[in-house]
Design a protein around this ligand. Structure first.
Ligand code: KG4
Ligand code: ZN
Length: 335
């Protein structure tokens, strides 16, 4: 059995193919970053058009790299949401066409589940129960995964997501888009104590997050430095922002671990590809003798394999349904 996963929820056009052991046969990702960079962020209309242009060749190349014949594909899994409506519809329409033309079953998958279970693709020994920190451009969640498809959200962001905060701070610092990797690069050699920034909700007992205050603090700091004619030390400020965001993530993760006693930790989503965050996570988990699973960067950021993997899990756990697939921009992990 082979599963073909399609992902177009944001600005990556991706097709991934896996086998029934969850092994990756190919994972093609066309990033539209260069197309959106001049605008400083993702333009949904541009994203839809780029997906339409790319989806065909990305699909062909994914099949070619997987050395797979179409007859060997038994299931198509496509991201149904959350994400941008137009971009989602491109992937869904393509998947529907493929499914009808080739008579292969098609299911819609929740992109957040794709990220959530991405920690089990390479690390095959990593199984529930685990605590997951999901950190993407649109979501920041702490989830208790009791079993496959049995999970509870313990905390989420009240405003901006962690990735969004890094993206917005990068914009304020003139580092361009996408902000997370740009901040990571600029922060190398920077001193995180040079500028003082608040660690959001540090004293609160809840497992929620809030990053809009931090973003505002960066804004006022930059304005003040400009007003006083002082040079902005971009490397120091990048390091400070990164450290404040990650301290908040670690603080919540520690609290969640205290509360649940769960000894396995997964950190997934685009932000989890950050080396500094991974360093701090290793420090934390080693100190507490916890097991840590962080996917390799290619599986942290958006890709088709994570959709295919949810398809495989749905197949294995008899969760395949015949629901009509529609784009669900605001789909949550609960649904
Ligand atoms: O999971 P993802 O690719 O897409 C969403 O589902 O949102 O996450 C994208 C987010 C962006 O905010 C991006 O800036 C951030 O992940 N990101 C990073 C890094 N690579 C991507 N943040 C920090 N360090 C990175 N190396
Ligand atoms: Zn994503």
């Amino acid at each position: 059995m082979k599963i073909l996963g399609i992902e177009t929820s944001c600005d990556e056009t991706s097709v991934g193919i896996i086998n029934d052991k969850g092994e990756i046969l190919s994972n093609l990702v066309y990033s539209q970053v260069q197309k959106h960079a001049p605008y400083g962020g993702i333009v949904p209309e541009v994203a839809s058009r780029e997906h339409v242009k790319a989806i065909g060749w990305v699909y062909n190349l994914a099949l070619e790299q997987a050395r797979t014949n179409l007859k060997e594909i038994n299931l198509i899994a496509v991201t149904a949401g959350p994400g941008l409506q137009g971009p989602l519809l491109v992937g869904i329409s393509f998947a529907k066409g493929l499914s009808l033309a080739l008579n292969i079953p098609l299911i819609g998958v929740n992109h957040l589940m794709g990220h959530l279970y991405s920690c089990m693709i390479e690390d095959t020994a990593f199984k529930p129960p685990f605590l997951a920190l999901v950190v993407t451009g649109g979501h920041t969640l702490i989830v208790l995964v009791e079993d496959i498809f049995v999970h509870k959200i313990l905390g989420s962001t009240r405003d901006d997501a962690a990735g969004e905060c890094l993206d917005k701070a990068a914009r304020l610092l003139g580092l361009g888009y996408p902000g997370g990797p740009a901040i990571e690069k600029a922060a190398l050699g920077g001193n995180a104590s040079y500028y003082r920034l608040p660690v959001p909700l540090k004293k609160e007992d809840s497992l929620d997050f809030s990053f809009s205050g931090l973003k505002t603090a960066v804004y006022y700091l930059v304005e003040e430095l400009k007003k006083n004619g002082k040079e902005i030390q971009v490397n120091h400020l990048s390091a400070s922002v990164q450290e404040a965001v990650f301290s908040s993530l670690l603080d919540r993760l520690e609290k969640a671990q205290d509360k649940t006693g769960v000894e396995k930790i997964a950190v997934v989503g685009g932000v989890a590809s950050n080396e500094r965050l991974k360093y701090r996570l290793r420090e934390f988990t080693e100190k507490r003798h916890l097991v840590l699973s962080v996917p390799s960067p290619a599986l942290c950021t958006d890709n088709g394999v994570i959709s295919a993997f949810v398809g495989l899990l749905k197949h294995s756990y008899n969760r395949i349904d015949n629901n009509i697939i529609d784009a669900q921009p605001f789909l949550t992990l609960q649904e």
